[in-house]
Design a protein around this ligand. Structure first.
Ligand SMILES: C[S@@+](CC[C@H](N)C(=O)[O-])C[C@H]1O[C@@H](n2cnc3c(N)ncnc32)[C@H](O)[C@@H]1O
Length: 221
């Protein structure tokens, strides 16, 4: 019997790929009033990251969460971070060097994770899934489930319901998402099918000035 090989890395995706890393970091800095670090610490706490764990950050962008994760897992753990944008990855690598943390950055999309089955204890997906149309979302979730070890955790942070009358980045995602708005509740419908069990969900208290409220879900494989 031949074992299926993991896919080759590929940056091809129908998702909305961001090519402007400096502008992205500036938006987060302004939106968080310079306190993005607190938001990242909150994500690490809610994902229950422990020293020694093997973490995958999917759609890592400019690397702030991957860097926080690398600090949390320490030398005994590993952080691998992927994004289809070489521009975002270049900034992520230089931020990690400056922060003196070890993390491996790989150019690929969530639909093509070039990693063996069950090789990660935790997969983090922060502010990514609302940018994926349903084919990319489905392909990514199948890959996430494959690389997560039995008992491993998936932690997703994404946009909550837009507030009436307020500007929303949901609308930026509309063309890429084929007109359908991504919601975390909708995502949870995939979970059963993939054998993921929700262990916690809720609101993130940290508020960005230019984003609607954020929600999270933590699930176990
Ligand atoms: C809004 S940013 C979030 C970045 C980071 N996770 C954070 O919390 O700041 C979304 C990222 O998803 C990436 N992306 C787009 N399509 C993707 C896909 N198919 N797989 C993985 N990442 C993707 C974009 O290039 C971008 O860097």
């Amino acid at each position: 019997m031949t074992l299926a090989q993991p896919p080759e890395p590929s940056t091809r995706t129908s998702g909305l790929v961001i090519r402007t890393p400096r502008r992205y970091d500036l938006r987060l800095w302004l939106g968080s009033r310079g306190r993005e670090g607190r938001f990242r610490d909150e994500e690490i706490r809610l994902a229950r990251i422990r020293p020694g764990e093997r973490v995958l950050d999917l759609g890592c962008g400019t690397g702030s969460l991957a860097i926080a994760a690398a600090r949390a897992v320490g030398r005994a753990g590993t952080v691998t971070a992927i994004d289809p944008s070489n521009e975002m990855l270049a900034r992520a690598r230089s931020k990690a060097r400056r922060a003196r943390v070890d993390a491996t950055f790989v150019a690929t999309a969530g639909e093509a994770l070039p990693f063996p089955d069950a090789g990660f204890d935790v997969v983090l997906i922060s502010l990514v899934l609302h940018q994926l149309p349903s084919d990319a979302l489905h392909g990514t979730m199948v890959q996430v489930r494959r690389v997560l070890r039995p008992g491993g955790r998936l932690f997703v942070v994404d946009l909550g319901t837009p507030e009436a009358g307020k500007r929303t980045v949901h609308s930026h995602g509309t063309p890429a998402s084929g007109g359908a708005r991504f919601t975390l509740d909708g995502l949870e419908m995939f979970f059963d099918h993939l054998g993921l069990r929700v262990v916690e969900r809720g609101d993130i208290e940290f508020r960005f000035r230019n984003l609607e409220p954020l929600r999270y879900v933590l699930a176990e494989a």
